[in-house]
Design a protein around this ligand. Structure first.
Ligand SMILES: *Cc1c(COP(=O)(O)O)cnc(C)c1O
Length: 428
């Protein structure tokens, strides 16, 4: 599409956007009496207006029914998580027995690593990205220690080449092939939190499997952003949080995926809890743990209903929007417009020391909605000035500003307005 930097053009795009009505379902933070320019849906998605109603239903059941709410509530708490099976499987490209909503992201990562990082003999190494999210690094390091190894002997990081910001698939595949017989696990962020790079998950998974290696992904920045096909890609396991693109509120409940081919493996170790135990026999209070042969078998505890109520409100919106395919379609256009606007600003900047360098791949199939920028020559001052002007974006050390126009609630006009603010700050 040919983009134009004008309010008329942006409004015309919004007018023909089939998802335009969804913006009205969200609460925006205010700036000078108007909706702020919110581009941090990659960090904390906006609150759906329907969340308070969903939570109120559970508060009322708790008040009126108390313990009876487990079985007789509007949405019985005993089986609350089952409401997610169908819609979340759809959104994650999974079979219904492969997904479960439970716990929080890093907790799920640990639970899955217990099952899927099984070092044996010479096979004990882990291949991951050099710029993984801190929590993922800590999870990997401590899992390695749990098995009695030293992280520095085990973890092999794939890094961007010198002078580059993102990973090359060929380098990842080369690393897997080079160390093939020593690797127990390949694990990456599906979309990197810092650079916004979308990895070629199917190819990485295939390369790992060809060498007999287990492959998993942290989808914190992919869930609700990318149209993932976890089952068909044959990914062994994955986990994600729901407070980013899935708009389910701060610290809300998270998700996990375990591929069908592993669900019935009797020798797959996992940590047990009563909510993973065969639900037909749960209240018999048997001594012996008999895990369910679905992703539910990884549950430990009974459902955190208030977080789940918020997640339910959001999942309903994703379903009403038609799932990930139409969202991704809009997302590609919206992010390309942001890229166009930023490139235009660079052309207008007079000070030759200033530049907004986009480090996210230019190729649309290698990114989600987020663009990561290094503001050359101005850095954090630019971020601070944006914030003061009512633009919500974020700063990640050492020097990256992240902007994520989210297809559910951001508009082309938002992107255009961001351009106006940035231009005013940089093109003096
Ligand atoms: C956001 C994020 C986390 C946060 O972990 P929590 O357990 O939800 O606090 C972890 N890993 C990645 C890759 C993330 O993007």
């Amino acid at each position: 599409m040919k983009y134009i930097n004008s309010l008329e053009f942006a409004r015309a795009q919004d007018k023909k956007d089939p998802l335009k009505e969804f913006r009205k379902r969200f609460l925006f933070p205010q700036y000078k009496g108007k909706d702020a320019l919110y581009f941090v849906g990659n960090s904390l998605g906006l609150q759906p207006k329907s969340v308070s109603k969903h939570i109120q239903v559970e508060l009322d059941d708790w008040a009126k029914l108390a313990s009876e709410g487990h079985f007789d509530g509007h949405n019985p708490w005993y089986s609350y998580h089952e409401m997610f099976t169908k819609p979340v499987a759809k959104l994650m490209g999974a079979r219904e027995d492969e997904v479960i909503i439970m716990n929080q992201l890093t907790v799920n990562l640990h639970l899955l690593l217990i099952s899927f990082y099984r070092p044996e003999g010479k096979r004990y190494k882990i291949v991951c990205e050099s710029n993984a999210f801190s929590s993922d690094n800590y999870a990997l390091q401590t899992q390695v220690q749990l098995h009695g190894y030293k992280p520095s002997d085990v973890i092999i990081e794939v890094a961007p080449r010198k002078g580059e910001h993102t990973l090359r698939t060929e380098d990842t595949l080369d690393t897997i092939n080079k160390h093939s017989k020593e690797i127990a696990l390949v694990i990456f962020g599906g979309v990197n939190y810092l650079t916004g790079q979308l990895l070629d998950m199917p190819r990485i998974t295939d390369a790992a499997h060809k060498q007999g290696i287990i492959c998993g992904f942290d989808l914190a920045h992919a869930a609700g952003n990318i149209d993932v096909k976890l089952h068909d890609w044959n990914v062994d396991f994955a986990c994600w949080c729901t407070y980013k693109y899935f708009n389910s509120g701060p610290g809300s409940v998270a998700g996990a995926f375990i591929h069908q081919k592993h669900l019935k493996s009797p020798d797959l170790i996992r940590l047990g809890g009563w909510w993973g135990h065969d639900k037909k026999k749960r209240f018999i209070m048997d001594k012996e743990f008999a895990p369910m042969q679905t992703a539910e078998g990884w549950q430990l505890s009974n459902a955190p209903v208030f977080s789940m109520a918020a997640h339910k409100a959001s999942v309903d919106i994703f379903t009403a929007a038609g799932g990930m395919a139409p969202l991704r379609k809009k997302s590609l256009l919206l992010t390309a417009y942001l890229e166009f606007i930023i490139n235009g600003i660079n052309e207008k900047i007079k000070n030759k020391h200033l530049k907004l360098e986009i480090i996210t791949p230019t190729e649309p199939s290698e990114r989600g909605c987020q663009l990561s920028i290094i503001a050359q020559g101005i850095g954090k001052d630019f971020y601070d000035a944006l914030t003061k002007s009512g633009v919500f974006c974020d700063w990640r050390n050492p020097n990256v500003i992240r902007l994520a126009p989210v297809p559910l609630y951001n508009s082309f006009e938002d992107v255009w307005r961001f351009g106006q603010v940035a231009e005013k700050l940089l093109c003096k």
